[in-house]
Design a protein around this ligand. Sequence first.
Ligand code: GAP
Length: 442
Amino acid sequence: MSEHKNEVKLEDIVSLAKRRGFIYPGSDVYGGLAGTWDYGPLGVSLKRNIMNLWWQMFVDGRDDMYGVDAAILMNQKVWQASGHVDTFTDPLVECNTCHARHRADKLDDANKCPNCGQTGTFGEAKQFNMMFKTNVGPVDDENSVSYLRPETAQGIFTNFKNVVDSFYPDVPFGIGQQGKAFRNEISPRDFVFRSREFEQMEIEYFVKEENWEAEFEKWVELCKQWFTALGLPESSVHELEVPEEDRAHYSKRTIDFEFDYPIGREELMGLAYRTDFDLKNIERVSKKSMEYRPKDGSDSYVPHVIEPSFGVERALMAVLVSAYREDEQNGEKRIFLALPYDLAPIKVAVCPLAKNNEALVAKARDIYAMLKEQVGDVLWIDSGNIGKNYRKMDEIGVPYVVTVDFETLEGDQKDTVTLRHRDTTNQERVELSNLISESKKR
Ligand code: GAP
């Protein structure tokens, strides 16, 4: 993992994210909706790049992994069987003075209302279920109740048998899924860190019970490789062995990987040993066998599960925090995002030195078209002066800016351009024939 660690403030990240079109508050024009966020053009790309990298690393890049994309709305029995209807709760307290409601285990002072400042006004904590409840179809009764999924995991468990029947993989094997999850958080807070609508990337890795510890350790290492790919400094990621009383109802062992966010050290993702809890519950409620029949004719069994559960928003926030840099160039403060190449929403920007010279602009357009075809995420930029363009590109983490000038058109330097490097601000003269390979360098 990289070693750079910085002390960026949350408001710097939030401000840059909004100013430069990464992330906006949800329903902003109507005053917002707490716990929801909208991704702008650059945010969508950054998020997709993170999710695509994950899919490549954990699904497409492996022979033992299968991808699914299950429906968000599921039969209510899923959430009864999984235990979410009964136990997916957070403790809620209400202030008797101002009637504000708070999550009891997240209060700075357990006796003081953070809204009105009164002490001793909380009643008994109640358990509040975090699932969003809805009705499916035109009849509003108990049979039509469904929930927006609070984790993507159940869409994997419910397809375990389908995938086995279709592909008959050898154990161990895994099923991965990415997608939206919804939780009616009592106190959404800290930018996208605790949202009511967010995305998860989850894997259920099916193993023989006796192998769970060895497989768990392998996943610890794989998670660390993932953090390196995201550009997170090793010193900012910490393993927390979650004590039994704090573990989810289904887990016999959990490691939380925590990250040093500007809000403090908080959970980035979790790795849990879910035993055969979920498949056994499906058997119990659906009355269908979830047993796996080994190809060698040995006894059938219900596999146990290792679950690495990655939150996209928390990964994205950790990426932004790790990439955020401030330095000084020519006496001026500069902000830049040192994003890993694979994650950068835009890889190269192309800029003609003068936007009124037809020949120059035409040449720059040709270079832009060539890069667009070969590199993909390329931006055309011809507004403002060159220094301002560089600043803007630095702030959105563009690794390379190509400037096309009069020397590109004729003379000794014909068919060369200036290639500027984001992190060092160094500029070099590069031949057009080498530009593609240079601007794909990670
Ligand atoms: N299937 C297991 C599961 O959902 P979890 O620890 O509740 O476990 C997994 O959630 C990950 O999802 C967390 O580590 C975090 O990255 C992300 N996550 C959970 N709640 C979130 C929220 N309200 N906002 C943003 N991300 C969240």
